[in-house]
Design a protein around this ligand. Structure first.
Ligand code: PGA
Length: 251
């Protein structure tokens, strides 16, 4: 089996002033990284350039939480991939469930954002996940396959090389309700199977699939122990330096 380098990513969402962001990144720089994970933080756009500047030369990389699909133009309040990259982002989170449900990012819109990120060499962290209603109706895998199929439409394994997938069950985000390690493993294995069918086994074996949804210092070890879980995308606890440090240094 391919050895996959773990990724621990923190999504800061709409939190943190400049001063708070600076303090958090400074604390994380000295928090250790015993698993040699790829550590990524995703500050809000106002803090992106500052955090990227402070992270320079460290082991921590910086993501943006979204991008617009155009490079520039009359799109009040939006941020383009060119601007995100210019500010220091190397990665772009796309399709987070809050973007999908609160801001109306559809699969079609996400497909255009995928194009935008690829155009500018931003490594995509593509989020998928089912609602509680969909899980209870036994639609989990169908929903996720649809999100992957439509969001990534038109791109080859070569185009999508290095892309990261994040499985985030909507019912587990910010709710304190975590998927059990078995539930996470089941969906991660299905996602890897989708990738194998679509892009080939080599691509699937190399792709990191992160779990997200109430990952905590207290549950990260058992989640990371699953064979198809290659990392975590963390919200709430990514804002707390000591908690996130423990997550980075999972056992
Ligand atoms: P949470 O958020 O860890 O606060 O549940 C996860 C996410 O939205 O990425």
């Amino acid at each position: 089996m391919t050895k996959r380098t773990p990724i621990i990513a923190g999504n800061w969402k709409m939190h943190n002033t400049l001063a708070e962001s600076a303090a958090l990144i400074e604390a994380l720089k000295t928090a250790g990284n015993k698993n040699n994970a790829e550590v990524i933080v995703a500050p809000s756009f106002t803090s992106l350039a500052k955090v990227a500047e402070l992270a320079k030369g460290s082991h921590i990389q910086v993501a943006c939480q979204d991008v617009h699909w155009e490079d520039k133009g009359a799109f009040t309040s939006a941020v383009s991939p060119v601007q995100a990259k210019d500010a220091g982002a190397t990665h772009a989170i796309l399709g987070h469930s809050e973007r999908r449900s609160v801001f109306g990012d559809t699969d079609e819109i996400l497909n255009k954002k995928v194009a935008a990120a690829l155009r500018h060499g931003l490594t995509i962290i593509f989020c998928v996940g089912e609602t509680l209603q969909e899980r209870e109706a036994n639609e989990t895998i169908a929903v996720i396959n649809g999100q992957l199929e439509n969001g990534l439409k038109g791109y080859s394994a070569e185009d999508l090389k290095g892309m990261v997938i994040a499985y985030e069950p909507v019912w587990a985000i910010g709710t304190g309700k975590t998927a059990t390690p078995e539930q996470a493993q089941e969906v991660h294995a299905a996602i890897r199977q989708f990738l194998a069918d679509k892009y080939g086994k080599e691509y699937a074996d190399a792709t990191r699939i992160l779990y997200g949804g109430s990952v905590k210092d207290s549950n990260v070890d058992e989640i990371m122990a699953q064979p198809d879980v290659d990392g975590a995308l963390v919200g709430g606890q990514a804002l707390l330096a000591d908690k996130f440090a423990r997550i980075i240094n999972f056992n």
